[in-house]
Design a protein around this ligand. Structure first.
Ligand code: SF4
Length: 591
């Protein structure tokens, strides 16, 4: 089938063996690759109720039919498994350059099961999978790991023009429930603890190289499409904003509507906003816009600290979500110090969103005398120490490494913990943006902001943020369109440019398939049904679609706003109905 290799690489870490199997056209037709394909494979391969850190949990890395084509926003890969953080469906995506090399190995997905008794790194090429000892890499930070694996490929594989490397830091090795898989130093499959699953299999890194090229149905139309968009993008306001200010511009946007979560979500604005926003980043650090391959938006900030105790520190970031988690929730009031903590997380392999949430939760526990641990808001060095304790599982760090559900229970603070299904939210407060309440409640991976990115229509006045009735319809349409993004694996920031019509053109040019909006929505809905079925098989109850109590009972001081229990109930009931699920949120039988 055009656009796909119809090939699956299956790796067994117990035996250090592999098999190359074919994928039937019918499966690709029904799933469009990427998330759709990986979800199908996960349901098929994972035994129900499997322990996420056991050898029987499968780790799947997938690209989409657009990967390594000229389509803008296409250099992304996805990682899929059962999450050690939530115990449910796990998906996480990353940009950078790695996806192109993955695609050139000639597989639509790589499925890994089992666990190695000693550390290894895997080399994946058109020939299959080859296993190398990683004994000397175990314990190494992510940047150095990437450098050393890349250097080995360069020195030993003359056929390899270059390679893509994904790896874990010590957090993944030590089974931290919110460990990431990184690539290109600073890009991460950042949420749901995929790094811990990779670590549990004894895999320190995976290098991808090859020379395969997918065959496109209509290469000329793909070129035309790409040309058209590079012209259009020059005048697009959204593109220019991301290019000029990057995602940190959201600090001012969210503060402006009182929805910049601060002081562990007790506030919606930070007094120190001006020392952590996009202007502070651009004035106080030396910044260059940086792009993933095949991208004209260039939202990344390659930043170097110009002065002070971290002078010379270089990082891609900090991104908005990191600024929110460390600068908002933990009240770190300097962009340089946020960059410093960001660097610790990246080097050691922690998700900055969950890390910031858990540190802020620890600060609350300390202030209330629930734990005997000395830390307070804004105390950078103590925060840095705590992050390292989490990674190396020392003292209370060992409890925190298990994730918010375990911590909240251990400290008798379940009524105060902010999470859905065990995953903490991103920097959009659902008391202001009610649609984000529905997003956090219903996302397949917990309190996720990305499945529907519904903050966008709510902030852009496409729908009133306080509206409840009729919101679920619009929400489901956004979610469906972005599910197609996740199957093709396209960057979210192209969401304004790629509406249904453009997605149809991409699918036609790449695969040759004629798809109208109705057909794409039906594929997307089927994928959403499948992730829901997966979660229900793992024990999800509809009660877990509800938000933490504090969002209902604790009003934001600046605006007096909450999202009421009734509003949330209504949003969920409407959503279940729009999705064709029963009143308990169960999709029709269909696995
Ligand atoms: S917009 Fe940002 S994340 Fe998306 S492809 Fe471009 S640089 Fe990468």
């Amino acid at each position: 089938m055009f656009g796909f290799y119809n090939k699956l690489l299956e790796i067994d870490m117990n035996k250090k063996s592999f098999a190359i199997n074919s994928i039937a056209d019918e499966i690709l037709l029904e799933t469009l690759g990427g998330k759709g394909l990986a979800t199908h494979l996960l349901i098929q391969h994972n035994p129900p109720q499997v322990d996420p850190l056991s050898p029987d949990n499968h780790l799947i890395i997938a690209t989409g039919p657009v990967t390594d084509t000229a389509i803008w926003g296409s250099c992304r890969h996805g990682v899929f498994t059962k999450s050690p953080q939530t115990g449910y469906y796990s998906e996480s995506y990353s940009g950078g350059t790695a996806a192109e090399y993955m695609a050139r190995t000639g597989y639509d997905a790589v499925v890994i099961k089992g666990a190695s008794s000693e550390p290894v790194w895997i080399e994946i090429s058109e020939e299959g999978a080859f296993f190398h000892s990683a004994q000397d890499l175990w314990g190494t930070g992510s940047y150095a790991t990437e450098d050393r694996v890349r250097a080995w490929i360069k020195d030993n594989r003359t056929d390899a023009e270059n390679c893509g490397v994904v790896c874990i830091g010590p957090a993944g090795e030590n089974g931290v429930a919110f460990a990431v898989i990184e690539n290109d130093y600073w890009r991460s499959a950042g949420r749901t603890g995929v790094g811990a699953v990779m670590g549990s299999k004894g895999i320190k890194a995976i290098a991808f190289w090859g020379n395969k090229k997918r065959e496109l149905a209509d290469p000329e139309s793909v070129k035309d499409f790409t040309r058209k968009f590079s012209k259009k993008a020059k005048d697009d306001k959204g593109v220019l904003n991301y290019k000029t200010m990057g995602t940190p511009m959201m600090v001012d946007v969210m503060s402006g509507v009182g929805s910049f979560p601060t002081r562990y979500l007790h506030k919606g604005q930070a007094e120190h906003r001006e020392s952590i926003n996009a202007s502070a980043l651009h004035e106080r650090l030396k910044v260059f816009p940086n792009a993933c391959r095949r991208c004209f938006i260039a939202c990344g900030r390659l930043a170097t600290v110009k002065q002070g105790r971290h002078k010379g520190l270089k990082i891609e970031g900090p991104e908005y979500e990191t600024i929110y988690a460390l600068g908002g929730l933990c009240e770190v009031d300097s962009i340089e110090e946020i960059a410093y903590l960001n660097d610790i997380c990246d080097r050691l392999g922690l998700d900055t969103i969950s890390a910031g949430n858990l540190v802020a939760f620890t600060i609350e526990a300390s202030r209330q005398g629930k734990i005997d641990y000395d830390i307070d808001y804004g105390q950078v060095d103590k925060i840095a120490g705590l992050l390292e304790d989490i990674v190396f599982r020392r003292g209370i760090g060992d409890t925190l490494a298990k994730g918010i559900k375990t911590v909240a229970k251990a400290w008798n603070m379940e009524d105060q913990a902010i999470h859905v299904k065990g995953m903490e939210p991103a920097g959009y407060d659902p008391r202001i943006l009610k649609g984000m309440g529905l997003a956090y409640g219903t996302s397949d991976r917990g309190a996720c902001h990305l499945r529907a990115t519904f903050y966008k229509p709510e902030l852009a006045n496409m729908i009133d943020p306080d509206q409840i009735k009729g919101k679920a319809e619009m929400f489901a349409e956004w979610e469906d369109r972005l599910t197609i993004f996740d199957s093709l694996i396209l960057c979210r920031f192209y969401r304004d440019l790629y509406q249904w019509e453009e997605l149809a053109a991409v699918i036609k040019g790449v695969t040759g398939l004629d798809m109208d909006k109705e057909r794409m929505r039906s594929i997307a809905s089927a994928i959403t049904d499948n992730t829901r079925r997966f979660n229900m098989r793992e024990g999800l109850s509809p009660a877990e679609d509800h938000l933490p109590e504090r969002f209902h009972t604790e009003a934001l001081p600046e605006t007096g706003k909450v999202i009421t229990r009734e509003q949330m109930k209504q949003l969920l009931a409407d959503y279940y109905e729009v999705r064709g699920w029963d009143t308990e949120g169960r999709p029709p039988i269909g696995i």
